[in-house]
Each structure stands twice: as C-alpha cells, then as structure tokens.
Design a binder for this molecule. Structure first.
Ligand code: F6R
Length: 264
C-alpha cells in the first residue's frame, strides 16, 4: 500500500551539475510571477534558502547571477530555514552570517527588508510573527533543502513532530559534530531555531540536494525507508512537488529501479 506522493529523483553526474538546475528553479518562480502577476511588490515570490556545505557553490552562483544582472534581487523576497540560537548576522558560524558571506547580494535585500531572518532568540511571539510574515508574503514558493547524515531537514532531528511550525530545538550530537569546524576553537551550539516540518511542507515546491557518500544512508531512508518521525526527511513523501538532486555517491544506497520516474 503506497498512498505517498513520489518525489522526482535525479541522479546527476556530479554535484556541480546541480548548479544550472538550481538557478533554473529560481528563474522559473520569477518567470511565473512575470507571467501571472500584477507587478506589485506584494506579488514577489518568496524563496527560502538552506545553508551548509551542500549549497555553498549555489550561493556563489546565485550571487554571480545577481551581480551580472541575470537575476534581479528586487524580483523576489528571501528567507531561510534556521539559525543557531542567539546568533545575530554578524556572528561567525551563524546561518545568516554564512549566507551574507557566500551571497553578498543578500545584504541589500536584508537592508531593504526583503530578506526575512529567522528570529534567532526563539521567543514564541517572534516565531509566530515570523510565520505570519511569511504567510503575508504569499507563503514560500520555492524551498531549498539539504539533509543531515541522520536524515534531519532544517534542524528537525529524528523524533521531530511532523506537525510543528517554527520552534526551538536541541541539536543531535551528530549534527553538532558535523558543524564543529565552523565554530573552532569554540564548541558548536546546542540549540537552534528552525522551520518545522509542517512549515516546510507548506512550500509550493521543494528542491532537496544531497551530495557525497556520507548522505547515502539518509537519502535511502528518506526515499525508501518507512515514513515516520524517526526519519524527518521522509515527510517529503507527503508533498506533491519535490525534486531530489543527488550525485552518484549520495544515490549509492538507493534501489533506483524501484523509484518510479528516477531519471539517471
Ligand atoms: C541548514 C540546514 C541543515 C543542512 C544539513 C546539511 O540550513 O537546514 O538541515 O541542510 O545539515 O548540511 P550540509 O549541507 O553542510 O551537509
């Protein structure tokens, strides 16, 4: 019995081959607005970014597109998935700090109020206000996602409820270990503010990338294991418009024949 939606899975020859596809995803939401919109600022699509090594090359590529005028930063509104607890943008190691470093074009958006930061102190009222702000902007049209070794998405660690909105969470030890390098000589934080799985499922389209053999088991569990809170990424099988981009190493534990529509 399988009532779940099937993510589209594409196994690329290498991680870099994802770059033009990711930029096309951005262009396509901007294009849809031009064709269908009334041109008012309220109609700009909202694009939500994931941070981390998986997207470093994409941020640089996006920045180059904006600097060279092929994508206009004024054509969309931006946001992101998560932030370490208490990390303001100027604090190294933080998600917004990383985004601004890799994609300086976002600085202008932040200054103009067209990039919505996740409230990093996690006060309940600020999280609900953030959700309302996203809703007022029309909701997230395009959500980029990475995946953790333990199959977390954003910072929804194994055991996270499928019904959560933005909330404060405690990071798994494997997540902290993977983040260690960005905080040396300090210890990685223990807590973060994150979009919940319900927030993520609210996006119109989701594009998840996973590269490298370290992600292979998480990718298998996401696409071919049981759907459940033990595997947060498996929630994506409840969404009807998901694209998963993998390199061969990240796809190496999958039974590709069993994935209908797998494009290898
Ligand atoms: C970061 C985030 C995380 C990462 C995941 C993979 O905003 O939401 O879920 O996407 O930990 O991280 P990398 O890409 O560094 O392997």
């Amino acid at each position: 019995m399988d009532h779940q939606a099937k993510p589209e899975v594409r196994v690329l020859d290498a991680a870099d081959s994802a770059l033009p596809l990711l930029l096309d995803e951005v262009r396509s939401v901007l294009q849809a607005r031009t064709e269908g919109g009334d041109g008012t600022a309220g109609n700009r699509p909202l694009i939500s970014l994931a941070t981390g090594g998986t997207f470093t090359a994409f941020f640089r590529a996006l920045d180059a597109e904006v600097q060279q005028g092929r994508i206009a930063a004024s054509d969309f509104v931006g946001t992101h998935l998560d932030e370490y607890m208490g990390f303001e943008p100027e604090r190294p190691g933080g998600m917004v700090h990383e985004l601004l470093l890799r994609c300086p074009a976002l600085r202008g958006m932040l200054a103009r109020g067209s990039f919505f930061r996740v409230p990093c102190h996690g006060a309940e009222g600020s999280l609900r206000a953030h959700e309302e702000r996203l809703a007022r902007a029309g909701g997230i049209q395009l959500q980029f996602l990475g995946i953790g070794r333990n199959a977390h998405v954003a910072f929804n660690e194994p055991g996270a409820s499928f019904d959560n909105g933005f909330h404060v969470t405690t990071l798994a030890e494997s997540t902290r270990a993977d983040a260690k390098a960005r905080f040396v000589p300090d210890q990685p934080p223990r807590r973060a503010v994150t979009a919940g799985l319900k927030s993520i499922l609210g996006a119109e389209r989701i594009v998840l990338c996973a590269f490298g053999s370290g992600k292979a088991e998480a990718v298998r569990a996401m696409l071919q294991g049981e759907v459940g809170s033990h595997c947060p990424a498996s929630v994506l099988r409840k969404h009807k418009n998901v694209l998963v981009l993998l390199d061969p190493a990240a796809a190496s534990s999958l039974d590709l024949d069993a994935i209908a529509g797998a494009n290898c």
